[in-house]
Write a protein that binds this ligand. Structure first.
Ligand code: C2E
Ligand code: MG
Ligand code: MG
Ligand code: MG
Length: 276
């Protein structure tokens, strides 16, 4: 019978599945405690104004300082957090860390300094589009909602209710990895998108990638949207994006993601009066 065949097939794969399932279950239960045990970290990758080289924004990127596996990148646990219902808790925590950090960074630099926070499709599924807790948190810190940029992926643009709720929260909106998915361009304007982040694949010094970047920048500027080039790794890419009129740059060439303290030091240097 089909059932027997199914069972046989299961038995055939069982050793592999058991191992994978075991690792997964261990990680899920460890992740559940990671927040309480203070094992999550937020790093901040500087975003530079390409017209003058100043650090004017940063992207919050979560890490898990695992007791035995070392520092884990999001790719190793965000999917797990999403499928096990923990992404909301982690997302709320990352948001609060980012808000506290932007308060410090604005005091050092300027009230226009912003931190961007990633919000995945699953986070929308778990906490819907209720921004009240986040907005209350910002109000307690006396921060304008514009201090925070929410980074969402292109697919979200197809979900009008979620985009409208996001727009009405008055934080700024960035479309992450733009050009990688299918985005109806008309809705960029409709929902008041503030930034497009060009996917690293198009951040090129020549060829098709450069042409696509140039086209994205021209379109965005026509719509009153600013552009961030992500994943800048070479001087040539930096020069090409600057020449193409891209507004902001982010990438290993400029800076890897760094701790909040490190970013504060960098900004203190940037804002130190000349000659002192
Ligand atoms: P993303 O939002 O597109 O973030 C950019 C990723 O590119 C980061 O990886 C960053 O470290 C990396 N990157 C920056 N510059 C360069 C470069 O020049 N070259 C290369 N090769 N990579 C560069 P990271 O930190 O591993 O994050 C991966 C993804 O995980 C993020 O992609 C984002 O989608 C997700 N993520 C990170 N933090 C959070 C979070 O707090 N919440 C949610 N929901 N997702 C997050
Ligand atoms: Mg991002
Ligand atoms: Mg990105
Ligand atoms: Mg807006």
């Amino acid at each position: 019978t089909a059932k027997e065949q199914g069972r046989n097939r299961f038995n055939y794969f069982a050793p592999f599945m058991q191992e994978a399932t075991h690792t997964r279950m261990t990680l899920v239960s460890e992740l559940r405690e990671a927040l309480q045990r203070d094992q999550l970290r937020v790093l901040y990758q500087p975003i530079i104004d390409l017209s003058n080289g100043a650090i004017v924004k940063a992207e919050a990127l979560v890490r898990w300082q695992h007791p035995s596996r070392g520092l884990l990148a999001p790719a190793e646990f965000i999917g797990l957090a999403e499928s096990s219902g923990m992404i909301k808790g982690i997302g709320d925590w990352v948001f609060q860390q980012a808000a506290r950090e932007v308060l410090k960074l604005q005091a050092i630099s300027s009230p226009s300094f912003q931190i961007s926070v990633n919000k995945s499709a699953w986070q929308f599924r778990d906490d819907g589009s209720n921004y009240q807790l986040w907005l209350d948190f910002l109000r307690q810190l006396k921060l304008s909602p514009r201090s925070i940029i929410i980074e969402v992926t292109e697919n979200l643009l197809l979900e009008s209710d979620r985009m409208l709720a996001l727009q009405h929260a008055h934080m700024q909106i960035a479309i992450d990895d733009f050009g990688a998915g299918n985005c109806p361009v008309s809705v960029l304007k409709q929902f008041g998108v503030d930034y497009l982040k060009i996917a690293p694949g198009f951040v090129a010094a020549k060829g098709d990638g450069l042409q696509i970047s140039e086209a994205i920048i021209a379109m965005a500027h026509k719509l009153g949207i600013q552009v961030v080039a992500e994943g800048i790794e070479t001087q040539q890419q930096l020069a090409a994006m600057t020449a193409a009129g891209c507004d902001f740059g982010q990438g290993y060439l400029l800076s890897k993601p760094i701790s909040g303290e490190e970013l504060e030091k960098q900004l203190q240097k940037q804002y130190a009066p000349v000659g002192k």
